[in-house]
Design a protein around this ligand. Structure first.
Ligand SMILES: Nc1nc2c(ncn2[C@@H]2O[C@H](COP(=O)(O)OP(=O)(O)OP(=O)(O)O)[C@@H](O)[C@H]2O)c(=O)[nH]1
Ligand SMILES: [Mg+2]
Ligand SMILES: [Zn+2]
Length: 375
């Protein structure tokens, strides 16, 4: 029997399960999402599950189960099942769905830590790390910056300078799959039952780190193709693996674009370590662009704040604002539509219209019967 505590099952989750009408059925955690089915781990091992139609059609995409979710299922045959319910989600890592204004996509749920992986070659980019941090902190997840491929040549001083403000906020690790002590340090930072998701661009070494941490080669790792310089075994799905004697790791495919899907940008200043400067601005709603008495601009002038950090702050703020206002408008539209469809006169008109359609159909049918000589 599998002990689900090492997969993050807790007493609190057990209590939540009791609220479900299906609480007598087994529970499990989603480990892989395939195109049409879900691989889950339960006390009785791995099951391949589908969703009930009810769950499939009543939910938006981002509400469907994702890796990390806890579900309740009805087993059948030897290792198949139907997902009938999902426990209320917590600590979900979202991102904005590419090509949309306010649609979000759930990457993983019940996440304790998110490792933002960058490689110390040309992938290192503090602005990108800040973007991930904003989304991760919004979900109540602990961000960790992992700077990988530390065996390669890089300018340590320049990197240290660029991440000074990040180091003050979150843990930062320099790692290399070739230096086992750096892997051990990372391993020790993950506690039993904790869930860690790995995010970052393609080729930075997420799968390699997951494999090194699990001391096996469960995940395919890319070999750099000599002709294109690109990885060949690029990960194509989110996948959960268990670490020996400790946590649960979720590997994700590299992303080229990570759009913010946050509702609230209030914590950005603190995250970027500029809230102390901001507090003393003359105007409470200072935008730090050209206002008199702006202590943020003063900090830039006297070299205490990197102008790139302020730029990043304003960009992330704008993006969060765009997402939350579009989402708000969308919600209003849905509410308005619900109101319209609940409205009595609308319902009456709908009934009349349906009835007229029916009579039209009958007439047509009768006409057809006549033409066919059937009375
Ligand atoms: N020099 C060096 N190479 C590394 C290190 N970690 C990973 N690599 C190499 O980097 C390449 C990409 O590694 P992956 O683990 O596949 O990268 P990934 O982040 O999972 O990439 P995607 O799955 O495409 O998102 C492989 O050729 C690895 O061998 C490291 O610490 N040092
Ligand atoms: Mg990978
Ligand atoms: Zn200001």
């Amino acid at each position: 029997m599998t002990n689900l505590n090492i997969y993050g099952w807790t007493k609190k989750l057990n209590q939540l399960k009791q609220n479900s009408t299906h609480n007598s059925l087994p529970h499990a955690r989603v480990t892989i999402v395939h195109r049409t089915c879900y691989e889950v781990i339960s006390e009785n091992g791995i099951f391949l599950c589908e969703l009930t139609g009810n769950m499939l059609f009543r939910k938006s995409d981002f509400e469907l189960p994702c890796v990390g979710d806890w579900i309740i299922f009805q087993p059948f045959d030897e290792n198949k099942g139907i997902i009938v319910d999902m426990l209320p989600r917590e600590r979900i890592l979202f991102r904005k769905k590419i090509g949309t204004m306010a649609d979000k996509q759930a990457i993983a749920s019940y996440v304790d830590k998110a490792f933002i992986v960058q490689s110390l070659d040309n992938n290192f980019n503090p602005r990108r790390a800040e973007r991930f941090m904003a989304q991760i902190l919004d979900a109540g997840i602990q961000p960790v910056l992992v700077l990988n491929k530390a065996d390669l040549d890089f300018d340590k001083q320049a990197v240290d300078d660029a991440i000074k403000h990040i180091v003050r906020q979150i843990p930062v690790f320099f790692t290399s799959v070739r230096f086992s002590e750096t892997i051990r340090e990372l391993q020790e930072s993950i506690l039993e039952g904790e869930t860690v998701v790995f995010v970052g661009s393609s080729g930075v070494g997420k799968s390699s780190l997951v494999n090194a941490l699990c001391e096996n080669s469960a995940l395919a790792v890319s070999e750099i193709s000599v002709s294109t310089g690109k990885g060949r075994h690029t990960s194509t799905r989110r996948e959960m693996v268990l670490m020996k004697n400790s946590g649960v790791l979720i590997d994700t495919p590299g992303v080229r674009e990570f759009g913010l899907a946050v509702d609230n940008s209030d914590s950005l200043a603190e995250m970027l370590d500029i809230s102390d400067f901001e507090k003393s601005c003359r105007f409470a709603d200072c935008t730090h662009t050209n206002e008199p008495g702006c202590t943020v601009l003063q900090a830039i002038e006297n070299g205490r704040l990197d102008p790139k950090i302020l730029e990043s702050y304003q960009k992330l703020q704008r993006e969060a604002w765009h997402f939350s206002t579009s989402e708000h408008e969308k919600r209003q539209r849905v509410k308005h539509f619900a109101k319209v469809t609940d409205n009595e006169s609308y319902q009456k008109k709908l009934r009349q219209w349906n009835a007229s359609q029916e009579t039209g159909k009958e007439k047509k049918q009768k006409g057809g019967e006549k033409r066919n000589g059937l009375r």
